[in-house]
Design a protein around this ligand. Sequence first.
Ligand SMILES: *Cc1c(COP(=O)(O)O)cnc(C)c1O
Length: 422
Amino acid sequence: MNIDLSRDYACKLDEEDELASYRDKFLHADADMIYMDGNSLGKLPLRTVGRIKQIVKEEWGTNLIRSWGINWFQSPIQVGEKIAQLVGAAPGQVAVGDSTTINLYKLAMSALMLRPDRKKIVTDTLNFPSDLYMLQGCAHVLGGKHQIHLLEPADGLRVNTQAVLDAIDEDTALVTLSHVVFKSGYMYDAKTITEYAHQKGALVLWDLSHAVGAVPVELDAWGADFAAGCTYKYLNGGPGAPAFLYVRRDLQKDALSPIWGWFGERAPFSFELDYMPAEGIQRFLSGTPPVLSVLAMEQGVDLLLEVGIQRLRKKSILLTSYMIDLFDAILAPMGFTLGTPREVEQRGSHVSIRHADGYRINLALIEDMNVIPDFREPDNIRLGLTPMYTSFQDVWESVNRIQRVVTEKRHLRFPETRHAVT
Ligand SMILES: *Cc1c(COP(=O)(O)O)cnc(C)c1O
């Protein structure tokens, strides 16, 4: 392989980058910092700062409760419609509010209620632990009759499509997976899995947390039943920004949320004593939405809609491919192994690199080198490449600084004991 390892080459790639100008739409408070964690907490869009001031001063401060009638009440649906455009969903199927975990719970319970005679839930050990805890909670609440079938990745990185299909049978109520998995960045073939599950009569719930805003998602075209995902990762919605959920339109009349609340009621302000679910996706809302967060998050979504998912994916592939080329040339010879699939169609927008001393190398990068990746047990350093604002020089610079940490043995000065948040 003949890759140009010079910084000049990274500069040339930046000059050719058609999304380069979007970098300036985010706050880069420290010009020397290489931020490689946009897949965990996206950067702050500059326009969000002004919008938050306006929401607080005018909408809350001045208009007070009148704002509910102006733009607040509809905000979970209205912002949901924007996210729908990023996940290939026609109008009327996406709403925002609550955390990803809570939305997953609503949807998984809804699915299990729709398949009361089936006992099997298919998922994998690559799934985010909160997703697995949520499923264990569902099984517990439903009396312990469900069996959670956990697929294991043969190579540590991915579960082959065929292995997923083989696990789905006539007793399967629900198949639920992360479209892009959080550790290795492996991306599932969602369409094939969804179609096969339907042949067996099972429902499918996709967690899009590491996919939305990074890779093309086509919920309607896949025929997906349910989906949920984060907005504080690639959508740059801010810490704790509310998650979204999707329920396919033709399921909505039968699907029920397990949490019946007034925001999901047909006529919340008639204050009837008996719950009547709203028509459509609104029935999956529960209580008062976090309006400040919903409206702040909308700014990040608007920016992504401006760019469009195809252009984001194109740049994301260039970034991850460049990172893997540099990895092969520089880091592999130093004892790192690649923790992400090499096949472009099988990966999302982050690259994991593995090293026996990964925990300490990650610490040295943060504390000594002003590079911010994150660490996922047991040995993964995750490098999130966010097409909205990560530059090719960022990629070059991070590999260069990783190399320096190891050659200069800087990581050996850090303890092995884990911090509470990694
Ligand atoms: C980030 C992430 C979550 C986070 O869930 P919260 O309820 O928002 O904390 C859930 N699932 C996956 C796959 C994630 O990557």
